[in-house]
Design a protein around this ligand. Structure first.
Ligand code: C5P
Length: 223
């Protein structure tokens, strides 16, 4: 079974996806981490962020892999071409680079193929922007998770403080989230949008546990 969780940056997708996966005994796939890894590799190799052909070559050449801890469905590490980029893909520089990289059609083609291969290997909670619309349109449960811009920025600042990575300036984080949403929603290939049959959940002011339980209930109804 696939549970697709899409939505804008900072809506709580990762937290919710990990918790739902743990409760249901599913694995978890963070597709944003894959786009971030390609953006990191592009920067390391000095590839221009608008060079579709070169970006596509990177995405096809370098293997993306996840490192797991026993008993934990959420990957602990992210590797590209064997390099551990777990922390390196969460910096403000990658926040800026990832949207143009993910707008490249050849990158999307390469990563969507990998995402389908991974997801078809078992029961997965898959989070991203185009999971319910493009990657797994047949997903049993589709959720479009949102929250107000301000709440998303607050959460991202708290996350950056906890991880000691990225900006902790509220206005800067808010501006970045809005900029990324704008690019992600307006790109030509697989823009951020809810699938017609997705359930819309707004997590603003809600206990995250509530949202997690609601998705688990939806999944159990499909079993
Ligand atoms: O989820 P996260 O914020 O880590 O995603 C980083 C970026 O990767 C997004 O802003 C978006 O540009 C891109 N992305 C995408 N499609 C997905 C997942 C992420 O375009 N399925």
């Amino acid at each position: 079974m696939i549970i697709a969780i899409d939505g804008p940056s900072g809506a709580g997708k990762s937290t919710v996806a990990k918790a739902v996966a743990k409760k249901l005994g599913f694995s978890c796939l963070d597709t944003g981490a894959m786009y971030r890894a390609v953006a990191w590799r592009a920067q390391a190799d000095g590839v221009a962020l608008d060079d579709d052909a070169a970006l596509g070559r990177l995405a096809r050449t370098y293997d993306i892999a996840f490192g797991h801890e026993p008993g934990n469905p959420a990957p602990k590490q992210v590797f590209i071409g064997g390099v551990d980029v777990t922390d390196a893909i969460r910096t403000a520089a990658i926040d800026r680079a990832v949207s143009p990289v993910s707008a490249a059609p050849s990158v999307r083609e390469a990563l969507v193929e990998q995402q389908r291969r991974i997801g078809h290997a078992g029961n997965y909670v898959v989070e991203g922007r185009d999971i319910g619309t493009v990657v797994f349109p047949e997903a049993a449960v589709k959720v479009f998770l949102t929250a107000s811009d301000e709440e998303r920025a607050h959460r991202r600042v708290r996350q950056n403080v906890d991880r000691s990575i990225g900006s902790i300036d509220f206005d800067e984080v808010l501006a970045d989230l809005r900029r990324r949403d704008e690019i992600d929603s307006s790109r030509a290939t697989s823009p951020l949008r809810a699938a017609d049959d997705a359930i819309h959940l707004d997590s603003t002011g809600r206990y995250i546990e509530d949202v997690i339980d609601e998705i688990c209930t939806l999944a159990r109804e499909k079993e």
